[in-house]
Design a protein around this ligand. Sequence first.
Ligand code: HPA
Length: 269
Amino acid sequence: MTSLETTAAFILSKAKQPPKVAVVLGSGLGNLSSMMRVDCEIPYTEIPGFVSSTAVGHAGKLLLGDVSGIPCAVMSGRFHLYEGYSAAQVAYPIYALAKAGVEKLILTNAAGAVNTQFAPGDLMLIEDHINLMGVSPIVDEYCQQMGIRFVDMSKAYTPALLQKAAQVGREMGILLRRGVYTMFLGPQFETPAEIRMVRLLGGDAVGMSTVPETIAASHCRLQVLGISCMTNMAAGILDQSITHEEVLETGKRVEDKMMKLLHTLIPLL
Ligand code: HPA
């Protein structure tokens, strides 16, 4: 099996400057032209240790470059448990980026809005999460070299990054909701009963990603900012079915707002 050192050394060999900030783009969010100056694009299939991205709406490449002079690595597309990968495989790129010297991680995703005050197209800063996938990346042997086993998750989403994002959102006139992200394994969307359960548990949004990466990031002491894009109202809220096309379409509609926010925010973090 490829070691994290090998993957990190490969990434650093392609980068003009070692990346300090990493961004993971969620479903439908792929157009970076307004966000970043790209020096190098590497398909995941060429990166030692990376599995390949099979999800529609996920490009499957790592972009190295900078945002207003801040060296960044952007994952355009991510890995999911619903693709059949283990939590450790899904989290592998996060550990590798940490090994390569990344200090801050911005995780974006598409999510269903459980909170009925929210609307499709809204962005939500993730304050905390509920892990309903039932597994952790830390159980894998390769992950155990990256930190202690019993990781504290009480501030998994770094409060200082959240405050900064909230301030930038206010200054830019971008409405940023706040809430709790709840992860199901998927790939099926939830039932209305599951969404009622999530609401009772205190969840504001549901999705099928982000939690394994956040656990890995806490494990290797990266600072994390999570931003969910509400692509649809969660199951049972409206009398209509949820489709992947709707998720991708709303993602595209919101992409510009997300990219402008990231472009302004990254140099200030
Ligand atoms: N549920 C789970 N994941 C999602 C949803 C949803 O409603 N929308 C976008 N990703």
